[in-house]
Design a protein around this ligand. Structure first.
Ligand code: NAD
Ligand code: YCP
Length: 312
């Protein structure tokens, strides 16, 4: 019988995962994914079922790296008063040889950090030179992880936030130590911004092309259903659109499907040097989230956990 899986808690993940380690590994994995070499990465578009709002399975196999992994996630409509975050997730690491589960890892911090890290990679590749103003639309979990990594690896003169209620935007600004300007409207937040992150649960556009400074970069992280939007048609048609996965974007993104916009390239294509990074144009990175991002993060966490626990 296989040994029982280890359980790695959210606090342990938080202490073991660092953006400076995660970002280069994610860049490597995104590049491998875009080469479509099945010995490097096999990662089908996640399967989802609606009955309990959104139940997703995100399997990944990376033969050359010896990683077999899946994330299990539920994205539910958060009820007022609920203490649980709207995205619930767990990452399972399996032995690639036998298929037994080796580790059950809390997915909340992994989901927050790997999503924000992917957006940061998009900004590294696509934001205008001398970007000074960052605007964040939304003030939940992803807003926090995005603020953390964007202010860790870039230097902005100003960070702005807009949220559904002024109170939630102010809570976010307090959490960030007051270094964020709270805006009364999405338009006010994004006018003149060089980099815009949309991290809302909106199902209708909250970001309009007519507000955007030409050449700005948008990391669009919400709207993960084929009939949900965060960005309007004007922006989707004006911008050069990049995605994490073309297949994922065409299957899941309302902003792409309903606007009819073409995905120009994946981030991995830029990293591989097979597609240009149009930094000089208005760009959108449509992020849907990929199992391989969880797999890379979970492997980092599990390797560190084993190293730490073998010493004690
Ligand atoms: N692309 C990815 O890899 C990935 C990963 C995780 C989460 N997500 C998506 O990112 C989004 C944010 O996730 P989160 O964990 O921060 O959620 P959250 O519930 O913690 O925060 C959501 C934010 O959206 C705001 N909001 C809700 N409805 C809105 C509306 N109609 N208009 C404007 N704002 C609205 C809320 O006030 C809150 O600030 C979700 O859509 C989620 O599905 C994407
Ligand atoms: O890749 C993910 O983890 C997310 C979870 C929420 C919905 C969109 N995708």
């Amino acid at each position: 019988m296989a040994a029982a899986p280890v359980v790695i808690s959210q606090d342990e993940v938080r202490s073991l995962l660092r953006y400076r380690d995660l970002i280069p590994r994610l860049e490597d994995a995104l590049a491998k994914f875009s080469r479509r070499d099945s010995a490097d990465v096999i990662q089908p578009v996640r399967s989802t079922s609606d009955p309990i709002q959104y139940f997703g399975l995100m399997p990944t196999y990376m033969e050359n790296d010896g990683v077999l992994c899946t994330k299990v996630l539920c994205f539910y409509k958060r009820q007022a008063g609920s203490a649980l975050p709207s995205v619930q997730s767990t990452v399972l690491i399996l032995d690639p040889e036998y298929g037994n589960v080796q580790a059950v890892i809390d997915g909340e911090v992994i989901t927050g950090m790997r999503t924000a890290a992917a957006s940061a990679i998009s900004a590294k590749l696509l934001m205008p030179a001398r970007a000074e103003v960052l605007a964040i639309l939304g003030s939940g979990h992803q807003a926090r992880s995005h603020y953390s990594v964007f202010t860790e690896i870039f230097t902005f003169k100003e960070v702005r936030v807009w949220s559904q209620t002024r109170a939630s935007a102010e809570r976010f600004s307090d959490w960030a130590g007051g270094a964020v300007r709270v805006c009364g409207s999405a338009e006010e937040a994004v006018r003149g911004a060089d980099v815009i992150v949309t991290v809302t649960r909106a199902t209708e556009p909250v970001l309009l092309g007519q507000w955007i400074k030409p050449g700005a970069h948008v990391a669009a992280v919400g709207a993960c259903r084929p009939d949900w939007r965060e960005l309007d048609d004007a922006l989707m048609k004006e911008a050069v659109v990049y995605a994490d996965s073309k297949e994922g974007a065409k299957a899941e993104s309302g902003d792409i499907i309903l606007s009819g916009a073409e995905v120009f390239a994946e981030l991995g294509d830029i990293l591989n040097g097979t597609s240009p990074a149009h930094r000089e144009k208005t760009t959108v990175f449509k992020s849907l989230g990929m199992g391989l991002e969880d797999a890379v993060s979970a492997k980092l966490v599990f390797d560190r956990w084993r190293a730490k626990n073998s010493q004690t």
